[in-house]
Design a protein around this ligand. Structure first.
Ligand code: F6R
Length: 244
């Protein structure tokens, strides 16, 4: 894995946005995998800025978000779809037909997962997957456990993850759905290139274990060691446990 360490979270955000803008310039029909969460918010703001400055053209790009809560419609303010509309989609020239999302309100959630997996294949696969990382090492909603699902699937969310997402649901973890849909680790690892961002001391331990520890289902991010083209963009705090 290629590790790049930046002085501040802002520098991580701007490097990631530049990385995406460069990828769009090199391949205008880029198929981009996207995360939600607190960490990419600043990068999405930077991407909006680059778009306004004429440096990030999404007109031929496609996007696939990593995950979505189950049981709530896209229009729900707490949905990841609403998050993406707020932070990116509403302010760039991405054609709505090429924005792909898991439908957490689908009647048949297993069929919805299969549909999504097929849609990624039909788009030619993910060219560049952006990732965040949970403090417990989760990637997308692939939570630590005895096993990991390879393909897009339903997940039961860990209590820590529900707590982390409480701000989207009025601050109360009890309001966060218990289930979600997520790309699987195999779906993610099939992306041609992966860029993971992590900022803050809270991520230092899982970053250290993801890079230097064993590959284990107990730390889903450790599976990234198996991918040939992964870059990690870290601020100093997230990198603080890495040996120089
Ligand atoms: C959400 C996702 C999650 C987040 C992770 C970190 O789409 O993929 O795996 O990346 O929970 O979230 P933050 O950035 O809020 O620490």
């Amino acid at each position: 894995m290629k590790v790049r360490i930046f002085d501040t979270p802002e520098a991580v955000a701007s490097a990631l946005a530049e990385r995406v803008a460069d990828a769009l310039a090199a391949r205008p029909s880029l198929v981009l995998g996207l995360p939600t969460g607190r960490t990419p918010i600043a990068a999405y703001a930077e991407l909006r800025r680059l778009h306004t400055a004429g440096r990030a053209d999404f007109s031929r790009a496609s996007t696939f978000n990593l995950d979505e809560f189950a049981g709530i419609p896209a229009l729900h303010a707490g949905s990841f779809r609403a998050f993406m509309d707020r932070h990116l989609f509403g302010a760039v020239n991405l054609p709505p037909a090429r924005i792909h999302f898991l439908d957490g309100a689908a009647d048949d959630l297993d069929a919805e997962c299969a549909r999504y997996e097929a849609a990624i294949e039909a788009a030619g696969g993910l060219d560049l997957q952006m990732l965040g990382i949970g403090a417990n090492g989760h990637i997308g909603f692939n939570e630590p456990g005895d096993e990991l699902a390879a393909r897009t699937h339903r997940v039961r969310l860990a209590d820590t993850t529900r707590r982390d997402n409480a701000p989207l649901f009025g601050g109360d973890p009890a309001n966060v759905p218990r289930e979600a849909l997520s790309m699987g680790m195999g779906t993610i690892l099939k992306a041609a290139e992966i860029v993971l961002i992590a900022t803050g001391e809270r991520k230092a331990q899982c970053v250290e274990r993801a890079i230097g520890g064993p590959v284990t289902t107990r730390l889903p991010a450790s599976f990234l060691q198996l991918h040939p083209r992964v870059e990690l963009y870290l601020d100093r705090a997230a990198a603080s446990r890495l040996r120089p």
